[in-house]
Ligand binder design. Structure first.
Ligand code: ADP
Ligand code: MG
Length: 590
């Protein structure tokens, strides 16, 4: 392997030449503390930055043994090492030089969520950072001398600061970080045995700084969470003082079944629900939500009018649609398709799709629900004959969903008492604190039971499985055989098909969205050719992630090359993206 001195020389020599001359540095370089791999040089100073990897021997990085004791700790350690690298970049502050992205060094370390990602991986004997670097230029000329400074002087300083010269204080921080994540995963793994869908630790800070920020609300404004006695549980965790003081986490256990979050406007209901949505994945210490943990198969459901629906079984909620001109039979809502869903049909479809993908629970907020899908009050029932109402409201299904299918619901409702009668637990948020009002609400429900409970037509049937047609996934764009791109968390462009993900609220990281796009492409090209159902495709993708990791997601990826920036998505978000593709065609599994 060529040495770093030779890299310095090569860079000096290409100073002033055309930008393409940077290609000369592609390949592997041996530094004193690490190896540098230049996998891909950007095509010009304004293009996506060059892709490099830094590989440090485990002995040189003095990787503590505890960091790799199990899968959870390994993912958490990788997350910490990526953050340490990012912090070192910030501390060393490589100067931006020349045009375009010159001087940029970055790593995809992620936000407050701790996710499995490609930014840092462990090999048997090394730890590797996948970074992006903007090679400096003046106009279209390579600034080789600047590049030498960047790669041969500044980058080593960053690597040493981030990964090699760790003080004992920093060592303690690493351990605390990893312990805190392992504590969260331990709590997650005990939820089902305790008949809970979620745990919210006492002292947790749920509100965020602003609607546009994932940072915690500053402590002088935020009221820390305090569990009501009726729902208080204590869960032993493996590591003391990591997330909460001591070895026992105390907080509110949200039971399986039907749970209502009620309360006056602005009392903190939606904030609690949002924390539950986010807690399907662990959070970093200091986030405020590092003791909030939910069942990983809870899916947020909302109305999303305008979305497309392909062959979804929504009969449990919508049936007997009025005839359109030319129709002699009402549309079959067991295979319902539309290019422009209403609020209620979109929400019904999202529920059916979540169940199809394997959700164990649903999270709903009245703020983002279609009222006519949620309730139909007594006066309206008196006016409109039930035969003229295609909708069976959620209130008439929510118990069945739990009792027959084991699917729990946590529902925020401040305006309708119709759910009191069907709930197992009712929690009032009052001035940002929860209290148990189950009994009082049940008494009120009993006293007001004047109208007959609205009749449920047919028993709820499990939504039919669908088989996606691989031919309906076309990734071609222009002259390219396949091109999938994404923007933030909100949009994937698959070939030329835009997938709008603004209504999918449990995608937390742009690299998850990027991974969803790549996962769809992988699935369409390799996992759908035998008539697999959508849920079988999702199983196969989960197996792929478990066995191969995320590195192989890009169809053009080669081993020992920078794989791009990916973070692991859940199956529900992959399904959500497929379900929102306007080109999607499905057949029924019979
Ligand atoms: P609701 O859904 O009950 O109408 P929200 O959850 O939207 O109420 O909360 C209203 C406001 O109160 C939000 O701006 C939120 O950030 C803030 N808030 C929520 N919980 C807390 C808390 N524990 N401490 C301080 N402010 C909070
Ligand atoms: Mg609200």
């Amino acid at each position: 392997m060529r040495g770093s001195a030779e890299l310095a020389e090569t860079l000096d020599l290409l100073d002033g030449r055309g930008y393409k001359a940077y290609r000369d540095i592609e390949g592997a370089w041996q530094f004193s503390d690490f190896q540098l791999f230049v996998d891909r040089v950007q095509s010009d100073p304004f293009a996506a930055p060059s892709k490099l990897r830094v590989r440090v021997d485990v002995d040189v990085a003095a990787l503590p043994e505890h960091a790799r004791l199990n899968r959870v700790r390994e993912i958490a350690s990788a997350s910490w090492f990526a953050r340490a690298f990012q912090r070192a970049i910030r501390d060393v502050r490589p100067p931006r030089t020349g045009t375009g992205k010159g001087g940029l060094i970055q790593i995809d370390a992620g936000g407050p969520e701790v996710l499995e990602r490609t930014a840092v991986v462990f090999g048997n004997s090394f730890i590797e950072a996948r970074i992006e670097v903007g090679l400096p230029a003046a106009g279209r000329r390579a600034l080789g001398r600047e590049a030498r400074k960047l790669l041969v002087e500044i980058l080593p300083r960053i690597v040493v600061l981030a990964w090699i010269d760790r003080s004992s204080a920093v060592e303690g921080e690493l351990r605390h970080f990893v312990d805190c994540i392992e504590n969260q995963e331990t709590v997650r793994s005990t939820l089902a045995d305790r008949n809970l869908v979620a745990f919210v630790g006492d002292g947790a800070v749920l509100p965020r700084e602003s609607g546009a920020s994932e940072r915690p609300m500053p402590s002088r404004h935020a009221l820390p969470f305090d569990s009501p006695a009726a729902f208080r549980v204590e869960i032993e965790v493996p590591h003391a003082d990591a997330g909460a003081p001591g070895r026992v986490w105390r907080g509110m256990g949200v039971p399986r079944g039907v749970v209502l979050l009620v309360g006056g406007g602005y009392h903190g209901k939606s904030t609690l629900l949002r924390a539950l949505e986010c807690a399907v994945v662990p959070h970093v210490p200091g986030d405020g939500r590092e003791t909030v943990v939910t069942d990983p198969a809870l899916v947020k459901i909302r109305a999303e009018d305008g979305r497309s629906i392909s062959g979804v079984d929504i009969q449990g909620f919508i049936d007997n649609l009025p005839l359109l001109p030319g129709e002699s039979q009402p549309r079959d809502t067991r295979v319902f398709s539309t290019r422009d869903a209403s609020g209620s049909t979109s929400q019904a479809a999202s529920i059916a799709e979540a169940i199809e993908a394997g959700a164990t629970g649903l999270l709903l907020d009245e703020d983002t629900s279609a009222t006519n899908l949620m309730v139909r009050d007594a006066k309206m029932q008196a006016l409109i004959h039930s035969e003229d109402e295609p909708i069976t409201p959620f209130v008439d299904r929510v118990r069945e969903l739990f009792e027959v299918f084991g699917i729990s619901t946590v529902l925020v409702t401040g305006s309708s008492g119709d759910y009191f009668g069907v709930a197992d637990a009712i929690i009032e948020m009052k001035a940002y604190q929860p209290r148990d009002v189950t009994e009082r609400a049940k008494k009120i429900a009993a006293a007001h039971e004047t109208n007959a409970p609205s009749q449920t037509r047919l028993a709820f049937r499990r939504p039919l499985d669908r088989i996606p047609d691989p031919k309906s996934f076309d990734a071609r764009r222009g002259r390219r055989e396949s091109k999938v791109s994404s923007r933030d968390c909100d949009e994937i462009v698959y070939g030329t098909t835009k997938i709008d993900l603004r209504g999918v609220e449990q995608l937390f990281d742009p690299s998850q969205t990027r991974a969803v796009g790549a996962a769809i492409q992988l699935a369409a090209s390799q996992l759908m050719d035998d008539g697999q159902t959508l849920s079988e495709v999702l199983d196969a993708l989960d197996r792929f992630f478990d066995d191969e990791g995320l590195d192989g997601l890009d169809p053009f990826h080669r081993p020992e090359r920078h794989p791009g920036a990916y973070a692991r998505p859940r199956r529900f978000e992959i399904a959500a993206a497929i379900n929102r593709m306007r080109t999607l065609r499905t057949t029924r599994d019979s």
